[in-house]
Write a protein that binds this ligand. Structure first.
Ligand SMILES: *[C@@H]1O[C@H](CO)[C@@H](O)[C@H](O)[C@H]1NC(C)=O
Ligand SMILES: *[C@@H]1O[C@H](CO)[C@@H](O)[C@H](O)[C@H]1NC(C)=O
Ligand SMILES: *[C@@H]1O[C@H](CO)[C@@H](O)[C@H](O)[C@H]1NC(C)=O
Ligand SMILES: *[C@@H]1O[C@H](CO)[C@@H](O)[C@H](O)[C@H]1NC(C)=O
Ligand SMILES: *[C@@H]1O[C@H](CO)[C@@H](O)[C@H](O)[C@H]1NC(C)=O
Ligand SMILES: *[C@@H]1O[C@H](CO)[C@@H](O)[C@H](O)[C@H]1NC(C)=O
Ligand SMILES: *[C@@H]1O[C@H](CO)[C@@H](O)[C@H](O)[C@H]1NC(C)=O
Ligand SMILES: *[C@@H]1O[C@H](CO)[C@@H](O)[C@H](O)[C@H]1NC(C)=O
Ligand SMILES: *[C@@H]1O[C@H](CO)[C@@H](O)[C@H](O)[C@H]1NC(C)=O
Length: 798
């Protein structure tokens, strides 16, 4: 062990590893050394040694992954002070300082430990996670993870040591051949009272923010594609705030073969190792798209890759200069109506947003959303508020002061932003909601001939309302006939309770689905229009979107976005096709449905109880994202007898909650029940209604409950999911489903809790026995057969 070894790195090979001491145990770099003595070795996954990157002639000491291709250097000691010939040495002195010494005997780099120990016997180890650690007995004197280079690896922290003031951030290389400090940094911004987010900044010729990742939403950073969809690569991003340090790190990663490198052009490449051929593959790169350019749309502008131009002003704001720039950016937007801090001012909610830069925002963790609104309203300088932490159960208040910058609209995983608007701006919106409210009230009443004041308002204003506020286009019958080849039988894709559904291709190539109300429907033109307004108000990525309508003589047609993968039941219950539904997809469907129902129950302006949630009403787009359909239409085909039928229990046997089936009582909790049934069907691939078992006569719910009580819950999972599933997610989904199907409506969670429970890691409450009907029970009451396939949606004002 006391060999004296001078390291003479070889010129020719780029990645030369001098394995001098292979007889040592797994400890990598290990020696109590006096000057001139050192031992370099590697462990199973990493190697430490001298190398020259690319065509460079300079020599560096670095750490890289062993046996993977390409060779990836994850850390460089002397990145700014290379050796310029082949002579050099790494040594560890008896103070525990590691240094690189050139041929003149001069230290060109050293580990710079602040702690000075005497009489210690320091050792240096390369740990299995790639961390070079110098320690004395169990005290860590220095570790390379505290000095990140351009690469983040599992186990590292990014943040700040509050005792030394040292920041842990990533800094890019100058180029692939030159590891010296480059132009880009990635750092966590975590000021006092602010809310954490990540900046990728360019530092030369001046400091400039390229991309903002975040803010942190309690489980991840906004803008980072979610690993949870892949069962092989789950992890949690955790924030730690202590007296002595604040940082982020990843934990519970299922594999350590994941890393993120800030490349020389300022992009963060997230790489994962293919365990079969040991090749590194880019999983994704941040910035992900054009809208990730920081502040592209200026103050109060909002970026969306789905629109052209990409920049739009938030509602209530208008472009400062009328034309967007040729690069689709704008100089930003200003208020259409200025603020006067009067009592009428309020907030408009924008959904699915990337929350604005939190630099000029203040965070208070103890305020609820309601208190947050009050706090913002009370301060005339407050421009917006939000609840940024998805895991905090609606608590936590972020208040913005000043311009809202770097806002974008996401297609999923966004958050709600509440923006302050002038009283007059809001009253324009209130008028709209007044109309919607009137239509709700009317729907709840029996059909009447005299329509009173509301009708007058409607007649005067509806057309304006539709065009102004909803952009809901009117389609001519001519256009629709062309799109469907004169309603050709070949274009028919289904039959609803109310009439046929056609697939159509519009002139611009857009594929749509059209629901044609059958002639027997006696609904009047006004009511139809009125319904359209109500439905058009519902906009959520997990609800089928209404694109337009057509009224011509007796023809009444609604035009929806076309769903390439039809309804969930056609895939889920088909033995072969269901194989395409692996667990990540199923979990995505479960979460999407939950968010859609939450929106109906809680987020939309009206509280809506769907009452007929079932696999046949969950449509799937080409990406297999779920969209809830068939709400609010049923009234149209009820005929003239609407008063009587609204009292009828409607829904689908197998999904309907017991209190509703038996007593006709329905609430948001009856939807929660149906959701629970759906989740169990998705996990098992079995229909609740047709479920049979050789040992008992319970339905699927009863069967799930038996397995749960016996501690064999996982057996409910369909065998085809074995390879793709994350057991903990499956168990969590089943557990949540069992909570949803509990017998007493009050015991069932709200959809908000459901959404949170599905993503959190916390301990769930124990479910009570579900309401399950056995096949021969007559408790299913009036819902059994006659009303099976149709339903009515009730609107409730909040
Ligand atoms: C590299 O070589 C130059 C001249 O040959 C010398 O002045 C310089 O100190 C060397 N740098 C290092 C890091 O050894
Ligand atoms: C901060 O304190 C905790 C214990 O309170 C300790 O585990 C940790 O190592 C300390 N971190 C630093 C950077 O000193
Ligand atoms: C990580 O996993 C452990 C054990 O499974 C668990 O106790 C802990 O809560 C998890 N941490 C996070 C942040 O999910
Ligand atoms: C601007 O947007 C249009 C339409 O989306 C697109 O065709 C064009 O390429 C964009 N220009 C730039 C510079 O991104
Ligand atoms: C948060 O708000 C509460 C109630 O207004 C206040 O008492 C508390 O001091 C605030 N906390 C911070 C950190 O501002
Ligand atoms: C988010 O909320 C959770 C649960 O209350 C809390 O533990 C966590 O610290 C919060 N995160 C932030 C960044 O406030
Ligand atoms: C649709 O019907 C109209 C009138 O009956 C006819 O003129 C037209 O050619 C038909 N179009 C198609 C595509 O069949
Ligand atoms: C799995 O799902 C398919 C499709 O729904 C179904 O046919 C099959 O019976 C299920 N298998 C098991 C073992 O439950
Ligand atoms: C879903 O739609 C996509 C795009 O149309 C298609 O490629 C895929 O095969 C469909 N999946 C199923 C199961 O039908």
């Amino acid at each position: 062990m006391n060999q004296t070894i001078l390291l003479l790195p070889h010129i020719a090979s780029i990645f030369l590893m001098l394995k001098i001491c292979t007889s040592l145990d797994t400890i990598a770099l290990y020696q109590n050394i006096i000057d001139g003595e050192t031992i370099v070795s590697g462990n199973e996954k990493f190697e430490l040694g001298f190398f020259s990157p690319g065509s460079s002639k300079n020599r560096y000491v670095g750490i890289w992954f062993k046996n993977t291709s390409p060779n990836v250097v994850v850390w460089v000691a002397n990145r700014d002070t290379p050796l310029n010939n082949t002579l050099g040495m790494v040594k560890l002195d008896n103070q525990g300082i590691l240094s690189i010494v050139n041929d003149d005997g001069k230290a060109i780099w050293s580990s710079n430990s602040f702690v000075s120990f005497t009489n210690v016997s320091p050792i240096a180890q390369l740990s299995d996670s790639g961390n070079l650690v110098i320690k004395d007995e169990n005290t860590v004197i220095w570790q390379s993870f505290d000095y990140p280079g351009d690469t983040y690896m599992y186990g590292m922290k990014l943040g700040k040591n509050l005792i030394t003031g040292r920041e842990m951030k990533l800094t890019s290389w100058k180029s692939a051949d030159d590891p010296s400090t480059g132009e880009y940094t990635l750092s966590i911004v975590m000021q006092d009272n602010s809310y954490p987010q990540v900046y990728i900044k360019k530092s030369y010729p001046q400091v400039y923010i390229e991309t903002r990742i975040g803010p942190y939403d309690g489980t991840e950073f906004a803008g980072q594609p979610n690993y949870k969809h892949s069962p092989d690569h789950t992890y949690t991003v955790e924030m730690v705030v202590r007296q002595n340090e604040t940082y982020f790190h990843t934990s519970n990663l299922t594999t350590i073969s994941l890393m993120a490198t800030l490349n020389p052009s300022g992009k963060l490449d997230v790489l994962q190792l293919n365990n079969r051929n040991y090749k590194w593959m880019t999983d994704h790169t941040i910035p992900v798209d054009y809208c990730d350019n920081y502040g592209l749309c200026g103050p109060y502008g909002s970026c969306s890759t789905a629109t052209s131009p990409t920049c739009e002003c938030l509602k209530g704001f208008e472009l400062k200069s009328p034309q967007p720039n040729p690069d689709n950016s704008t100089s930003g937007c200003t208020r259409t109506r200025g603020l006067d801090c009067g009592p009428g001012e309020g907030f408009l909610t924008f959904s699915s947003m990337k929350l604005p830069d939190t630099q000029n925002a203040v965070f208070n963790a103890s305020l609820s959303l309601q208190e947050c609104e009050v706090a913002c309203k009370d301060n005339c300088a407050c421009t917006a508020y939000a609840n940024p932490n998805k895991t905090a159960g609606g608590v936590g208040c972020l208040l913005w002061f000043g311009d809202l910058i770097d806002v974008r609209v996401y297609s999923q995983n966004g958050q709600d932003l509440h923006v302050r608007l002038a009283a007059i701006e809001l009253s324009a919106l209130a008028l709209l909601f007044g109309v919607a409210y009137a239509c709700i009230k009317k729907n709840k009443r029996p059909r009447m001939k005299g329509r009173g004041n509301w009708y007058a308002l409607h007649k005067k204003n509806t057309h304006v309302q539709i065009e102004d506020l909803d952009d809901l286009p009117f389609f001519s019958l001519h256009k629709i006939a062309r799109a469907t080849n004169n309603f050709s039988i070949n274009n028919k894709i289904g039959e609803g309770g109310f009439g046929p559904v056609y697939k159509g291709v519009l002139e611009d190539g857009q594929v749509v689905a059209m629901k044609r109300l059958s002639d027997s429907s006696k609904q009047g033109l006004d009511e139809f229009k009125n319904e359209v307004i109500c439905i058009a108000k519902l906009q959520h990525r997990n609800l089928v979107k209404l694109l337009g309508y057509c009224i011509h003589g007796n023809e009444m047609i609604l035009i929806y976005e076309y769903m390439a993968n039809k309804s969930l039941d056609t895939i889920l219950f088909d033995e072969t096709v269901s194989l395409t539904l692996d667990w990540p997809r199923r979990f995505n469907i479960i979460q999407g449905m939950a968010r859609g129902i939450l929106y109906l129950h809680q987020d939309s302006r009206l509280q809506i109880i769907h009452r007929d949630l079932k696999a046949g009403n969950i449509l799937l787009d080409d990406q297999m994202n779920p969209k809830i359909s068939d709400f609010g239409l049923a009234r149209k085909f009820v005929g003239s007898d609407s008063a009587a039928t609204t009292k009828k229990v409607v829904g689908t046997y197998g999904y309907i909650a017991p209190e509703y089936a038996v007593h006709g009582r329905f609430s948001i909790k009856s939807d929660v029940f149906s959701f629970g049934v759906l989740v169990l069907e998705i996990v098992s691939g079995k229909k609740n209604r047709e479920f049979t078992h050789k040992d008992h006569s319970d339905n699927l719910l009863g069967h799930a409950w038996r397995l749960y009580k016996d501690g064999r819950t996982i057996e409910l999972m369909n065998a085809s999911l074995h390879n793709s599933c994350s057991v903990s997610e499956v168990l969590r989904a089943i557990h949540v489903a069992l909570l949803c199907v509990q017998h007493h409506a009050n015991d069932r969670p709200t959809m908000l809790s459901v959404v949170l429970m599905l993503v959190s890691e916390g301990v769930l409450p124990k479910p009570k026995q579900p309401a399950f009907f056995t096949g021969d029970s007559d408790s299913e009451g009036q819902c059994a057969s006659s009303v099976e396939e149709y339903m009515i949606t009730q609107f409730y004002a909040r």
